[in-house]
Design a protein around this ligand. Sequence first.
Ligand code: K1U
Ligand code: ZN
Length: 177
Amino acid sequence: MTNFTILEYPDPRLRKVAVEIDQVTPEITALADNMLRTMYDAPGIGLAATQVDHHVRLLVADVSEGRDQPYCLINPEIIAREGEVVNEEGCLSVPEIFANVKRSAKITVTALDKHGTPFELEAEDLLAICIQHEMDHLKGILFVDHLSPLKRRMIDRRLQKQRRQGANTAHQRSATL
Ligand code: K1U
Ligand code: ZN
């Protein structure tokens, strides 16, 4: 099966709010598997269904060094938060742009796995940040929405410039704002 195409900002489909998954069908399991493949190939550490134009509450993540600890969270809900952390984030839907975002340092999430089994996960460090970033996608929120209007304008201008320039190398284009 071919990988999904990842939608890019400012595509309005990234602003859709995802709906709950009533039943974990074989189609949902296949969606999760294809999202994981797309995430690993991108490469990324997370991916929300919204980013591949599927507007259901499903996200995948793998922050492990070996890229061998995949998580699939269906209908994720954060039931507890602790502390705050500021960390540099990127987004496969906002290529080559990096910026500091404030998030909860530790979260407890409930979700269903890709077989429909409920589980609870205590996440901290990069996994907690990644899950919050992906859960934002499911609400139509992008990491740039957490930034000041000035930084947003800088990003918009930079992305316009990137698109005009086309095929420059990534290291010339990337920017931390
Ligand atoms: O949602 C996405 O677009 C994926 C995004 C997740 C994320 C990154 C950083 C902080 C919070 C959430 C990415 O995976 S961007 C790529 C990236 O960070 C990465 C890619 C390969 C190796 C290590 C990191
Ligand atoms: Zn993202």
